[in-house]
Design a protein around this ligand. Structure first.
Ligand code: URA
Length: 280
């Protein structure tokens, strides 16, 4: 290719994609508008901001992944998060990093603090261009104090590496990773709407401090907190949403992808959409 871009994958990134189960097809000529539209996924039904078409030719992954297994359809749609269970400390929306992290670590605003060993605040470059937001920490995360510490974290790292990013990197290859909920829900129960609402100001302040170019939401509780909707991920992916003015792309949670590897191709398309949007 005569005009190299960040979509040129090196051998290591190709190995990562192979590990993700993603087959990359390289067009001989720049991607046609129709193929670019395919990368951006199906046309949105609601009114979110459209992805800008990438200027250069990205790697195209065919959308031949198997359909999601049938499941009971919960009532989905916009939600308004309830008021916090108990008030947070004064001034969370103005705190700098140290105060914010210490306040979250000592937070008693919801009942998740009762069994907390330590809060899981975030990891990575605090000035990174990318921010990844997951659902809530599990046991391994609570033990290590780092989001996405287990097997799903390994897959997340591989996915990020495929687009040239690392939680250990600084600068343009950096990524800041956090969760919608900072304390582990005991028994790994699904975060409740009041728990999400109570923790949301910490996340809002983290986004305001990082000021990322792109936010990648992974998981339905991350969606619920940030986009205030219970629409399924399958309906919200392929579009660019907004939070605090920052473009937001939605994709599958790594735990889901470990159970449904056929959908890794869709996750790759989501990463490409995020990458082109961030570069936009
Ligand atoms: N799942 C998440 O959503 N976040 C983590 O940190 C770990 C697992």
């Amino acid at each position: 290719m005569s005009d190299p871009t960040r979509f040129d994958l090196d051998d290591r990134q190709r190995a990562m994609l192979a590990e993700m189960g993603v087959r990359v097809w390289w067009p001989a000529t720049p991607v046609a508008p129709a193929a670019q539209a395919r990368l951006a996924g199906p046309a949105p039904e609601a009114a979110p901001v459209q992805a800008t078409a990438p200027a250069a030719a990205p790697a195209v992954v065919p959308f031949e992944a198997a359909a999601l297994p049938p499941r009971a359809a919960p009532a989905a749609g916009p939600v308004t998060l309830p008021v916090p269970i108990r008030p947070l400390a004064e001034g969370v929306d103005r705190m700098e990093w140290t105060a914010l992290q210490e306040t979250a670590a000592a937070c008693q605003a919801c009942d998740l603090c009762a069994q907390r060993q330590q809060s899981v605040f975030g990891v990575g470059d605090r000035h990174a261009p990318w921010m990844v937001i997951g659902d809530a920490p599990g046991q391994e995360e609570e033990q290590t104090g780092e989001p996405f510490a287990g097997q799903s974290g390994q897959l997340l790292d591989n996915m990020l590496q495929a687009v040239g990013l690392s939680r250990k990197a600084k600068g343009e290859s950096g990524v800041y990773i956090t969760n919608a909920i900072k304390c582990r829900p005991p028994g790994n129960h699904n975060p409740t709407a009041p728990e999400l609402a109570t923790c949301a100001p910490y996340l809002a302040r983290q986004v305001a401090l990082v000021q990322p170019q792109i936010i990648l939401l992974m998981g339905r509780f991350a969606l619920q907190s940030v986009l205030q909707t219970t629409e399924p991920i399958g309906k919200l992916r392929g579009q660019v949403h907004r939070y605090q003015g920052v473009p937001v792309v939605v994709t599958y949670h790594p735990d889901y992808l470990l159970r449904n590897p056929a959908d890794k191709a869709k996750a790759w398309a989501d990463l490409v959409l995020a990458l082109t949007t961030a570069q936009g």
